[in-house]
Design a binder for this molecule. Structure first.
Ligand code: CP
Length: 309
């Protein structure tokens, strides 16, 4: 399977066979991601890390992945400190990064920005989140987490909870889980329901998602509970946000309804949708999930750079 030079813009750019290949390769990166083994697989390679929007996990896990494999990183985390401030276009910024580096990671508040970036770069472009659009590397690490925790992705009963309207991670994940035939239940406030086009994509892949407003009911026979933050920054109207914030909270009382083997995931950051007391329970795997960004991004970078051993 050859990924050399491939842009990673949407999870829909991958077949199930390709996803399986990436997940298996990511497993091989675990020791390197933990720093237990060293490799200079990316020696001499330079990554441009262009973050037009805040990030902790995506940016730092890409940097960790590159540094632990002997590569180097240039870039910015604050576009206000770049010539964007002087009115430079995204296309010109991308052209510059393309001439300075071998691979480009871009996060941007506008949907479609990563695809546009790929049009202006010869180097592979990895979408690190474009507005309310897609976040394919997050999706792959989410799948990797389910795969490593549950030993398979298919047949799991997965509940997606929270901001399903603006949450780009759940859009990608609903599609990808449907590829595997997982059972999906969506729980959200009425105004933050999963967009119709995402539901339609699931149906076209043979999955009929259930919708409910009862989290207790949904969690009863769930294998995976995937929680998302209500994303204040995506709301056009503060009043709409105030109406839904705090609509759902995962706490130890809710876990009384859950199976022993339920895993709770969250792309993070969380605000108050998961009570900190849940962190201590065996259900909480969201920090491990965030760590999984390192092996998965190691695998993706080495594949698109064509340096897989
Ligand atoms: N999950 C995720 O994308 O986190 P960051 O916004 O911190 O990168």
């Amino acid at each position: 399977m050859n990924f050399k030079g491939k842009d990673i813009i949407s999870i829909k750019d991958f077949s199930k066979k390709e996803i399986n290949y990436i997940l298996d390769y990511s497993k091989k990166m675990l020791d390197y991601a933990r720093g237990e083994k060293y490799s200079d697989l990316l020696k001499g390679k330079l990554l441009s890390s262009l973050f037009f929007e805040p990030s902790t996990r995506t940016r730092l896990s890409f940097e960790s992945a590159v540094n632990r494999l002997g590569g180097r990183v240039i870039g910015f985390a604050d576009p206000a400190a770049t010539s964007q401030k002087k009115g430079e276009s995204l296309a010109d910024t991308i052209r510059m990064a393309d001439s300075y580096s071998d691979v480009i990671v871009v996060r941007h508040p506008q949907e479609g920005a990563a695809r546009l970036a790929a049009e202006f770069a010869d180097a592979p472009v990895l979408n690190a989140g474009d507005g309310a659009g897609r976040h394919p590397t997050q999706c792959l690490l989410d799948l990797f987490t389910i795969y490593t925790e549950k030993k398979r992705i298919s047949k799991n009963k997965v509940v997606l909870l929270g901001d399903l309207k603006y949450g780009r991670t759940v859009h990608s994940l609903a599609y990808a889980l449907s590829l595997y035939g997982a059972e999906l239940t969506f729980v959200s406030p009425e105004s933050l329901k999963m967009p119709k086009e995402v539901v339609q994509e699931c149906k076209e892949l043979g999955v009929e998602p259930k919708h409910t407003s009862s989290l207790e009911k949904a969690v009863k026979d769930a294998d995976v509970l995937y929680v998302t933050r209500i994303q204040k920054e995506r709301f056009p109207d503060a009043e709409e946000y105030n109406r839904v914030v705090g609509a759902y909270r995962v706490d130890v009382d809710l876990l009384k309804y859950a199976q022993d083997n339920l895993i709770i995931m969250h792309p993070l950051p969380r605000v108050n949708e998961i009570h900190p007391e849940v962190d201590k329970t065996p259900h909480a795997i969201y920090f491990k999930q965030a760590f999984n960004g390192v092996p998965v991004r190691m695998a993706l970078l080495s594949l698109v750079l064509g340096v897989k051993k």
